[in-house]
Design a protein around this ligand. Structure first.
Ligand code: ATP
Ligand code: MG
Length: 646
């Protein structure tokens, strides 16, 4: 019998220990929220290292970049090992890493750009507008680029046809099946021409590479002895294919997940991945029944709220009794915010650390009134939801210069940056791009190409780009400094009312960039990180502040005090979901929300009903049957009504 290392015995229960030590081959650890799934995977890696497996032989796939970092920090702590060489990150990171090495094999250059969702929409817009030219009256009704994007992204992630995808997520577009098919084709071709991939391409191209390129598969599959995946319930078909290919030599694919917490079906996630894994003959199945996160009061509530169609679970809590979950009925949005402030102030009085308090909501818009209140009460908060820092106009503008320096064929970034100069519009920008890149293709160097292009006519822009292309590409901070001081500061001051704060963001952005040794590393981190938000960029991450996030953003996380806003039919469950009868996923989302709480859970609702503008339309009726908490046994919760002032 193997000797069990002390650091395992000290930190895991029997079921967890069994999962850590005996998982190999295809293994699935399926367990409810807060039962230590993430902990098991973390300790599994620590255990593997202690058995002599090298960090470079391990691939860990997590749902966020932050989770990967937390887990590797933890592993470093318990093993005291150097983890250099380990592959740990999200699917997008992992795939990006692979594609940088094998880009040529799929018809790309290694310095391909990554299009974020907005860039990809811009590109689709160009293609769509070109496509619908000459359609006359019909052009007016032609689907917008954003829904086209939704359909093709869904098709990519699920490996379904355009027809099937339309039927599943946008049936009203069925007459446009052929058009969308066409646009998709043009879009794929265009991306190759400009040497750019969108987020979905990172996955699709990796799966493709591994399926047809024997050498790539051989290199990669023989390198990794273990592939481990957290939050497996939210993987989609293509992600499953990728990890299966990578583990096809070692046969060690270890995944953990909870079918009740699958909340990304709109991105093609399928908890069927779990079901299929269970059904396979060679899968080892592990279950953990104990919840370590929440008090028994909260766990009883959780057990009562198990989503429809879930694998049966009955979690046991090991913690001491504390307080019951609170349901607080308020009048409206404003009164709700006041109630939340009251709770937070009470917690502050009790010396609860602000980092241990989170406010969750179904959609970002539901937090607006509360944000104003928090601002006026000077309660510091960080936002995990909302626009990411790098999605704001000023940061994207600055970034566009860096992106063309890295990949001169990136027409989206050329367009974006050229249009910042006075006198240059879409048409001119397109002409300039075409003339520069066609010369560039013929081997003429960038500076020569500038001289022979229409850009020459725009003196300011010409001088600027000329100097830009002479900069040292491996000093991103110097480049940003140059862009800002030689051009963007003035543009910003003339363009934005809040230029002072935007300029500060850019300085902060420059600061961040100084930590990167190359433009490539910096650009990758900026396009693939999920959590860089405006607020968190302004404030120090370590500062004591409460967290505001959507439920989606709260996945896998935990806080002592969780406050859940606007649990009104129409807000949560969301109005569209009610309309489209997609309530199972809303139930799972609600389950994810309530299972984040360690000690105290507050659920707020308003008697005036939804604040969602959708709901004022007559096509959705707010019905009690959509209320999550209508049938809660009274003994499980404590219900309060705030005094109605109106
Ligand atoms: P989720 O489904 O929300 O992702 P999870 O199953 O991944 O949850 P973890 O986040 O790993 O659960 O663990 C939940 C909490 O319980 C963490 O604070 C963790 O440190 C703690 N915990 C887990 N197992 C143990 C244990 N054996 N002893 C003490 N604490 C534990
Ligand atoms: Mg987890």
């Amino acid at each position: 019998k193997k000797e069990i290392p002390k650091f395992l015995k000290d930190n895991l229960d029997e079921e967890q220990l069994d999962a850590v030590i005996n998982s190999n081959g295809n293994s699935l650890i399926i367990a409810g929220p807060g039962s230590g799934k993430t902990r098991v995977i973390t300790y599994k890696i620590a255990y593997l290292l202690s058995q002599g497996v090298k960090p470079s032989e391990i691939m860990l796939v997590t749902f966020t970049r932050a989770a990967a970092k937390q887990m590797t920090d933890r592993i470093r702590n318990v093993t005291d090992q150097d983890l250099t060489g380990i592959t740990a990150g999200t699917f997008h990171h992992v795939c990006n890493g692979i594609l940088r090495r094998y880009a040529k094999a799929i018809g790309y250059e290694n310095n391909f750009s990554i299009l974020d969702s907005e860039d990809s929409k811009d590109l689709l817009k160009i293609i769509r507008n070109e496509y619908k030219e000459g359609m006359g009256e019909d052009a007016k009704k032609f689907p917008k680029e954003s829904v086209i994007q939704k359909v093709i992204s869904y098709a990519s992630n699920t490996l379904k046809s355009i027809r099937e995808s339309i039927l599943e997520i946008a049936p009203y577009l069925i007459d446009y099946e052929n058009d969308i098919e066409h646009i998709w084709g043009n879009y794929q071709e265009m991306k190759k021409n400009i040497n750019a991939m969108d987020y979905d391409d990172l996955l699709v191209n990796t799966a493709h590479l591994l399926s047809f390129n024997k050498k790539a598969l051989n290199d990669i599959a023989s390198k990794y002895k273990y592939v481990l995946v957290d939050e497996f319930q939210d993987t989609n078909k293509i992600q499953l294919e990728i990890v299966q290919a990578i583990s096809s030599y070692s046969k060690n694919l270890i995944v953990v997940g909870d079918d009740s917490q699958s909340i990304y079906s709109f991105r093609g996630a399928r908890y069927e991945n779990i079901e299929e894994f269970i059904k396979r003959d060679d899968t080892k199945l592990f279950k953990i029944q104990t919840n370590y996160r929440s008090t028994p009061n909260i766990v009883s509530f959780i057990n009562n709220m198990l989503p429809n169609n879930s694998v049966e679970k009955n979690l046991k809590s090991v913690r001491k009794e504390y307080v019951k979950p609170n349901i607080i009925e308020t009048f409206d949005d404003l009164e709700q915010s006041e109630a939340v402030i009251k709770i937070i102030e009470e917690k502050i009085d009790q010396d609860v650390d602000l980092n241990e308090i989170a406010v969750l909501y179904r959609s970002h818009a539901l937090s607006m009134t509360l944000q104003q209140k928090l601002d006026s009460q000077q309660i510091p908060y960080r936002l995990l939801s909302g626009k990411r820092f790098i999605e704001t106009k000023h940061i994207k503008d600055v970034l566009s210069f860096l992106k063309i320096l890295y990949n001169p064929y990136d027409n989206i970034s050329w367009n974006r940056s050229l249009k910042l100069f006075s006198g240059i519009g879409v048409k001119t920008a397109t002409d300039i791009y075409k003339s520069i890149t066609s010369q560039f293709k013929e081997g003429i160097n960038m500076l020569e190409a500038f001289k022979n292009s229409k850009l020459k006519k725009f003196k300011e822009a010409y001088e600027f780009y000329k100097k830009l292309f002479e900069k040292d590409k491996n000093k991103p901070d110097e480049i940003i400094n140059f862009i800002f001081n030689e051009f963007y500061k003035e543009y910003s001051n003339l363009t934005f009312r809040n230029s002072a704060s935007r300029n500060m963001d850019i300085e902060r952005f420059q600061d961040i960039s100084s930590q990167y040794e190359s433009l490539m590393k910096f650009l990758e981190e900026m396009t693939l990180s999920e959590n860089i938000t405006v607020k968190s960029a302004e404030r120090d991450q370590k500062e004591d502040q409460i967290t505001l996030t959507t439920v989606h953003g709260a996945k896998g996380l935990e806080w002592k005090v969780v406050i859940l806003l606007s649990v009104n039919p129409g807000d949560f469950p969301n109005g569209m979901a009610i309309k489209e009868k997609k309530l199972d996923e809303e139930e799972r989302l609600f389950y994810v929300a309530i299972t984040r709480a360690k000690d105290e859970l507050y659920i707020l609702k308003q008697i005036t009903g939804s604040t969602n503008p959708f709901m004022s339309n007559s096509y959705v009726f707010v019905k009690k049957e959509y209320d999550f908490i209508k049938n809660i046994p009274e003994n499980l919760v404590e219900t309060f009504k705030t005094s109605y002032k109106y």
